[in-house]
Design a protein around this ligand. Structure first.
Ligand SMILES: [Zn+2]
Length: 512
């Protein structure tokens, strides 16, 4: 069965999430989170448990007073009159107040924890809902939760009968919590479906899943397709023990599966960061979507796929476009010994330095060698290696001096192995002079391409004004790209050529 209704996001960060914090938020802190919830665009916010403490009562009063007209402000209450009265008092200024009352109806909980007869508890729940409804009048509404619904497989008939009466008593939202996650998502959603099918269609079915076994998101998402429209989630998955369903995961999972999700998804990342800061709970490195590594690629195969599908709606190794949730860090390619040329190319290009794939292939083994010793390499180290390997290619050729002696006359001093050469030539320009001096010394080079690049001021660490890119032809016909940088264009040219000479020599030594 498909759920044709738009999901209704009911956020529980300020109640379930807050009560699980080692130091619960005060009113001002709750108000900060509240504003982020409004920016995300959730449809309902459980603002607190007014009966739990004076501090929470006051926080609820304040938040209710600033709740926009289109957002439901809910207060939690046990099925006892004084709690319900407190909740009603705290939320009365909201345009859409909701009393959320709850009682466990599982055999286990009724017998061992509440230690009461099921029929008495049933009456208690019905009376509580009637009382809450009388306080809400037409302005607000009433939500009832079957605490420990996930444990109600054996007495589901009793639960459904009770819920039918609770609906008659005035509850319009029936919440089915997986208070402690013990069962398979499929078993839980089968129970949700039974309730959905048994109750009148004007009733909204909600689910509230805890993440004890790490399946809360799965259970919530599947419950939506089983008829639950209201999804109770929290920011960063905050909540008792292992937490509640993470709102970001549930929302994006539904979005990715074609559901019209009524949230400002691009606010997710920003919200996650502030919630982490304010709860003092760090985001795990591999947390889905929001973790620092959630969009990082380390293995060569993954990096290659990521680079080839960068910018596409569907990525080879990512679930979403980072911008969907407001992340501006594009897919991060980190370099480890498992990485390859694509990562080298992407990391260096992204840092603003010019590099060709041919050069990336050439320097990758050197970078890998270091990564094998030290583990993951920061970009800075990769750039250092890049400078060393691209601009200061070591080898048999060693440039000693290149000067313009007078008009159209140049002198090139260099060594090849230990032999020194000092050659003077006449030429129209430095590039021609250098090539002609080399030819005279017996090292003729074929220039395939020459390019002068202005150096972008944004390129950090380059204290040079000129960059030359030269393509030389190696004896085996290969096109060798070499670069030189210097304050002067003339020297940049010559340095590029000498880098090229050493690269060609290296090729020869390898027998290529
Ligand atoms: Zn809960």
């Amino acid at each position: 069965m498909e759920n044709e209704k738009q999901p209704f996001f009911y956020d529980i960060t300020l109640r379930d999430g807050n009560q699980a914090l080692t130091k619960p938020w005060n009113t001002q802190e709750k108000a900060v989170i509240f504003k982020y919830l409004l920016k995300l665009g959730v449809q309902a916010i459980e603002i607190g448990f007014p009966g739990s403490s004076e501090m929470d009562f006051e926080a609820c009063q304040y938040l209710a007073s600033i709740t926009p007209e289109n957002v439901v402000a809910a207060g939690l209450a046990r099925t006892v009159q004084k709690d319900i009265d407190k909740a009603a008092e705290a939320i009365k200024t909201a345009a859409k107040p909701r009393i959320h009352t709850f009682l466990a109806l599982s055999d286990f909980h009724m017998k061992y924890v509440l230690q009461k007869d099921p029929q008495d508890l049933r009456k208690m729940a019905i009376d509580a809902v009637k009382h809450a409804k009388s306080l809400m009048n037409d302005k607000g509404d009433v939500q009832f939760s079957v605490e420990h619904f996930g444990d109600c497989k054996d007495n589901i008939g009793f639960v459904i009968d009770t819920l039918q009466e609770i609906v008659e008593a005035g509850a319009t939202t029936i919440n089915l919590p997986n208070t402690v996650e013990r069962t398979r998502p499929f078993e839980f959603t089968s129970l949700v479906r039974q309730v959905y099918e048994a109750l009148p269609k004007h009733v909204t079915i909600a689910v509230h899943c805890h993440d004890d076994l790490g399946m809360a998101t799965a259970t919530t998402v599947e419950s939506y397709f089983a008829g639950a429209r209201q999804l109770e989630c929290s920011l960063n998955g905050l909540g008792e023990r292992a937490g509640n369903t993470n709102l970001y995961e549930a929302a994006v999972a539904l979005y990715n599966n074609g559901v019209n999700v009524p949230l400002n998804l691009h606010k997710i990342y920003e919200t996650a960061m502030i919630v982490s800061e304010m709860s003092h709970i760090p985001i795990p490195i591999q947390a889905p979507l929001i973790g620092p590594d959630a969009l990082a690629h380390r293995s060569g195969i993954h990096q290659d796929g990521a680079a080839k599908t960068k910018g596409m709606k569907k990525g080879a190794y990512r679930p979403i476009q980072p911008s969907l949730i407001g992340r501006d860090d594009d897919e991060k390619l980190a370099f480890t010994s498992q990485s390859g040329k694509t990562a080298v190319y992407e990391i260096i290009s992204k840092a603003g330095y010019p590099i060709s794939m041919q050069e990336a292939i050439r320097i990758t083994p050197k970078i890998k060698e270091i990564a094998e010793q030290v583990g993951e390499l920061p970009t800075r180290n990769i750039i250092d290696i890049y400078f060393k390997e691209i601009f200061k290619v070591k080898g048999a050729f060693n440039l000693i001096e290149f000067v313009k002696v007078r008009d159209s006359r140049y002198r090139l001093k260099f060594s090849y192995h230990s032999k020194e050469y000092n050659i003077e030539v006449a030429a129209d320009g430095p590039l021609e002079a250098c090539l002609s001096a080399l030819k005279k010394a017996g090292f003729e080079q074929k220039l395939l391409h020459y390019e002068q690049k202005a150096i972008d001021e944004q390129i950090k660490g380059v204290s040079a004004d000129a960059m030359t890119v030269i393509h030389l032809m190696a004896p085996n016909g290969e096109n060798i790209i070499c670069r030189g940088i210097d304050q002067s264009t003339a020297k940049a040219n010559v340095k590029a050529i000498f880098n090229g000479l050493n690269l060609i020599e290296e090729l020869k030594n390898k027998g290529k």
